[in-house]
Design a protein around this ligand. Structure first.
Ligand code: BTN
Length: 330
């Protein structure tokens, strides 16, 4: 009901009186007043001018599920969109929902995380209300040990969303970073479990959207960035959220059709790691070599300096890569 009132306001170029709105949506004036209050609580800015009437002036920069879903048009991803004000980790929140039977594609966003986590037990820091923190429930026909495939496909999805909609030169730094000019703008964390119904995965994404340079912790300033820093202007988080879900939905379709070849081709094209010299650290031991390719399920294929070729699984290694991609041509 409140969204009928919202859409009626949105359709109008001129302010509307309460009675005209009530008539348009076939509600009583009291019901329209209640709907307006509920909309304002959700973050919509509805101006009431004594003579002219009511006007939708926009919304505060809050993540509003209705706005994210508006015009989304996805098959699976974003089938349900929820926004939490504060949660330890959206991945945990998504797991709770997944265990309770939430459908595939359910996306859980948070304005704030108190214990956001990254790969290899690291923390994920993000100030409240400026970035995107989200987790999506996935139930693909995969085994739990194929989570790499999801990390690769979703990193392609995130990078493409930023390229196509914001014209940013986003790249993928293996295994789970999205970078712009060599600085990390997003991280991906896929977790999988085998349940009675089959393998279930939670895809967690942290994307720095409107975080200012001063909000980046000092030790990360040289290596992290945000969309607003790169663009020199703030970006609508609602819009970026919608673009992300739409892009993730496309790779989800490729995955469900088994079109792994396309995912691998996109990864090679967008990767800043492909063909580069890298140092990999595994159980305290350093390996140096040049990246030959990626095996979607097994990991990075590297020609080591001592002449052998080895595959490195992302769960066991950390990687150092010279910041060549800052100057690397497109
Ligand atoms: C990494 O770069 O190591 C991955 C970072 C993933 C962070 C996101 S933020 C939303 C979701 N919830 C979490 O606790 N982690 C992921």
């Amino acid at each position: 009901m409140k969204y009928a009132v919202l859409e009626a306001l949105r359709r109008r170029d001129e302010p509307a009186s309460l009675s005209a709105l009530a008539e348009e949506v076939s509600l009583r004036e009291k019901e329209v007043r209640d709907a307006l209050e509920a909309l304002r609580r959700e973050g919509y800015v509805i101006e009431a001018q004594p003579d002219a009437g009511l006007r939708l002036a926009g919304w505060q920069d809050r993540l509003i599920p209705y706005e994210i879903r508006r015009g989304l048009g996805t098959r699976v991803i974003g089938s349900d969109v929820r926004v939490l004000e504060r949660t330890p980790s959206t991945n945990d929140a998504a797991w709770n929902e997944a265990l309770a039977g939430a459908p595939e594609g359910t996306a859980i966003f948070a304005e704030e995380q108190t214990a956001g986590r990254g790969r290899m037990g690291r923390r994920w820091h993000s100030p409240r209300g400026v970035n995107l923190l989200l987790s999506v429930i996935l139930r693909p026909k995969l085994e739990v040990n194929q989570s790499n495939l999801l990390t690769v496909a979703s990193s392609v999805g995130v990078a493409q969303a930023l390229r196509e909609n914001l014209h940013l030169q986003a790249r993928i730094r293996w295994p789970n970073d999205i970078t712009i000019k060599g600085r990390k703008v997003a991280g991906i964390l896929v977790e999988g479990r085998t349940l009675a119904t089959g393998a279930v995965f939670v895809l967690g994404i942290g994307l720095n959207v409107n975080m200012g340079a001063g909000e980046i912790p000092p030790d990360l300033r040289e290596i992290a960035t945000s969309l607003s820093i790169e663009l020199g202007r703030t970006v609508s988080r609602v819009e970026v959220a919608r673009w992300l879900l739409q892009s993730l939905d496309r790779w989800h379709r490729d995955l469900s059709f088994g079109d792994y070849g396309r995912i691998a081709r996109c990864w090679r094209r967008l990767s800043s790691t492909m063909g580069e010299r890298v140092t990999l650290i595994e159980s305290g031991r350093e390996f140096r070599g040049r990246v030959l390719d990626l095996s979607l399920e097994e990991g990075l294929i590297v020609r080591l300096d001592e002449g052998v070729t080895r595959i490195f699984h992302p769960s066991t290694v950390t990687m150092r890569q010279p910041q060549e991609e800052m100057t690397k041509p497109e």
